[in-house]
Design a protein around this ligand. Sequence first.
Ligand code: C2O
Ligand code: CU
Length: 451
Amino acid sequence: MAGCAATLLPTFSLAKAADGFFELTAEKGQARLYGPDGGLSDLWLYNGRLPGPEIRVKRGERVRVRFKNDLDEPTSVHWHGIRIDNKMDGVAGLTQPAVKPGESFDYDFVAPDAGTYWYHAHNMSWNQVPRGLAGPLIVEEEEPLFTPERDIILMLSDWRLDEDGVLDTESFGAMHDFSHAGRLGNWLTINGISMPEIPLQQGRWHRLRLINSSASRVLDIAPSRFGAKVIALDGQPFETPRDMDGRLRLSPAQRMDLVMRPETAEDIPFETMTGKPFRFATFKIGAGQGDDLPLKQPAINRLPEPDLTAAWELPLVMAGGAMGGMRALMEGRTRDELNQMMQDGLFWTLNGKARMDDTPMFTAKRGETILLESRNDTSFAHAMHLHGHHFRVLERNGKKLEHPDWRDTFTAEPQETVKIAFVADNPGKWLIHCHMLGHAASGMMTWFEVG
Ligand code: C2O
Ligand code: CU
């Protein structure tokens, strides 16, 4: 790593216009992803910023966003993890038509749960998100628990840079990526900054809100290695802060809220733990300012509890992909059909289907508990996301989990079976898809309906 480390700046917080709307515009912009020594990358950004501006609201608040598309192609905005009114979910082609270049769309919804969320483009996401169209969405508790300097958003994204440190735009949509682990980058930024120093205060509690906005990169984080406890996953707080040993997976779209109180003034490395520990940022500890506030756990959001005695059990089988997965798709298909699929850029199936059509995977009655048994019959990990609902992760490979935490995105390891349950209480049409965005584009996307 050349050059000197830049200090992480707080994310830019978007103010409301006079009429109460947040104004958000998708437009072309540029940034130096590699740092000051790298070239300028051509990006697609919200309000010209990387990451997109922070939208911060209070729990239960009505959120209105006047969105304008100044790109050359249609787009839409999805509010990831919000149990939202279906019309406002931002899925181009399912819940709204894509917003055409030069046009606008008003999003208007209520944010029912406090926590760490994010927003991102949801039309050709595999192309739009890894060019920069993503930003943090923070829903505050009634009383903020941390002072603003101690409530820190860390939006992690990986990028594929060429030898000049410039975003490689030529390889977008590469079929090899789609049929393997997705488009993986070779460079990591936090809030758009390469290898930053993150200022923290000695002897003071901080909240760190980690958001993985990468298109495909799974990040392994070991909070206990840097003295942090976990207080929430995917926006939903635990009952009490948890010391979690070992590596935790932060898959694409997942969030992890940590609390941390540095006891000494020494630098603390921030590392990913996939393979050898790799330092991608440094916590720089400065003098404590003002009082330390006691560690308070954010209040639990009230989510509908699944009723397992009356659950509708459904399989969600992931198949396909390289490394033998495509061969398995031969079952029930002719060679010609399989070749045609690949020519169409489809490499994966969910419950045997590679292309989403007008038929939902299932239609639930409102209030019904759905128990999904997902089976990953592929050689790759997937990050499965359900729109409009949070679910409890109950079991992995037949083993009940000690903490059946709420999530909106779960990781399914190769050959793993994961059981999740949720109450289908939000009427409308909702996607289920892999958040490795190239996988979603090449078959791993379906939908369900709540009547
Ligand atoms: Cu975060 Cu369907 O997306
Ligand atoms: Cu996937």
